[in-house]
Design a protein around this ligand. Structure first.
Ligand SMILES: Nc1ncnc2c1ncn2[C@@H]1O[C@H](COP(=O)(O)OP(=O)(O)O)[C@@H](O)[C@H]1O
Ligand SMILES: [Mg+2]
Length: 254
């Protein structure tokens, strides 16, 4: 059984690629020989850069995730972590956005089944910061949508728009999709952040599975060459390592 997890919010900078990276690492660490496939649907390719340590990976515009979108046989590439493979994102992914053939397969159960038949234990998908084919299709394929948001209004609106898309468009195609929200980059000493965090928790209850603080160690872990999960980075306080590890494990196992 493959578990497919997508990190999604049309708003940029909320932590989608960071969470996807950490979730992939947590998934690979679930047991010996666990196999994880990462799909990077964002043409900025940050997830691919984090996973490979190669900033140029996004310039290979004929390989990567586009091959899957075209319905051709895929050859996932290696990442810096054994057990994690990648179909990388690249700068020309928008060529698939208004292609009727791609859309037909993407929005039906065809690609959803193709992904499951690849035999991975987990598939982690990162998405672009915009509503469109690659955003919607990922929701059609996933078992779980993880929706990070900053505790600011524009980002919460992005989160709410994902929920509207799920209700109106995705549920008929992918009725089993579950979702959870994550408040990320929070500073609860700031009044407006506290208020927004309380609001989403009141409104969405148990669907909000974590509040993650803005911590320099997180962005620094992503800036390492290559990037590494914050729980593996030297010198990171134990409490921070544990928060991220527990949170990711809960999502992977839940
Ligand atoms: N909890 C956090 N604390 C500090 N920095 C964070 C945290 N989460 C994400 N970041 C940083 O914020 C920036 C945007 O994150 P990213 O994952 O690229 O967002 P998105 O993929 O949604 O655009 C990155 O520089 C990342 O390192
Ligand atoms: Mg991103």
């Amino acid at each position: 059984m493959t578990k497919i997890i997508v990190a999604i919010n049309q708003k940029g900078g909320v932590g989608k690629s960071t969470l996807a990276f950490h979730l992939a690492h947590a998934a690979a660490a679930q047991g010996d020989g666990k196999r994880v496939l990462c799909l990077d649907l964002d043409s900025q390719g940050n997830f691919s850069q984090y996973l490979t340590g190669d900033l140029d990976v996004i310039n290979d515009t004929v390989g990567g995730v586009g091959v899957f979108l075209e319905g051709r046989e895929i050859t996932p590439s290696k990442t810096t972590r054994e057990g994690i493979e990648l179909l990388h994102g690249h700068s020309k992914l928008d060529r698939y956005d208004n292609d009727p053939d791609v859309e037909e397969r993407g929005y039906s159960t065809v690609m959803r089944h193709q992904l499951r038949e690849l035999g991975y234990d987990y598939i982690v998908i990162d998405t672009p910061p915009a509503v469109g084919f690659r955003h919607m299709a990922a929701l059609c394929w996933a078992d779980l949508a993880v929706i990070p948001m900053e505790p600011v209004m524009t980002s919460i609106v992005g989160f709410q728009n994902v929920l509207v898309s799920i209700d109106e468009f995705i549920t008929p195609i992918n009725p089993g999709l579950k979702w959870c929200g994550v408040v990320n980059k929070a500073n609860l000493r700031v009044k407006s952040h506290r208020e927004k965090e309380e609001y989403v928790r009141q409104e969405y209850g148990q669907h909000i599975v974590a509040t993650l603080a803005t911590r320099t160690a997180v962005s620094e872990a992503m800036e390492e060459e290559p990037a590494q999960p914050v729980w593996l980075k030297k010198g990171v306080p134990r409490d921070l390592r544990q928060v991220w590890l527990d949170f990711c494990n809960e999502i992977i196992k839940g």
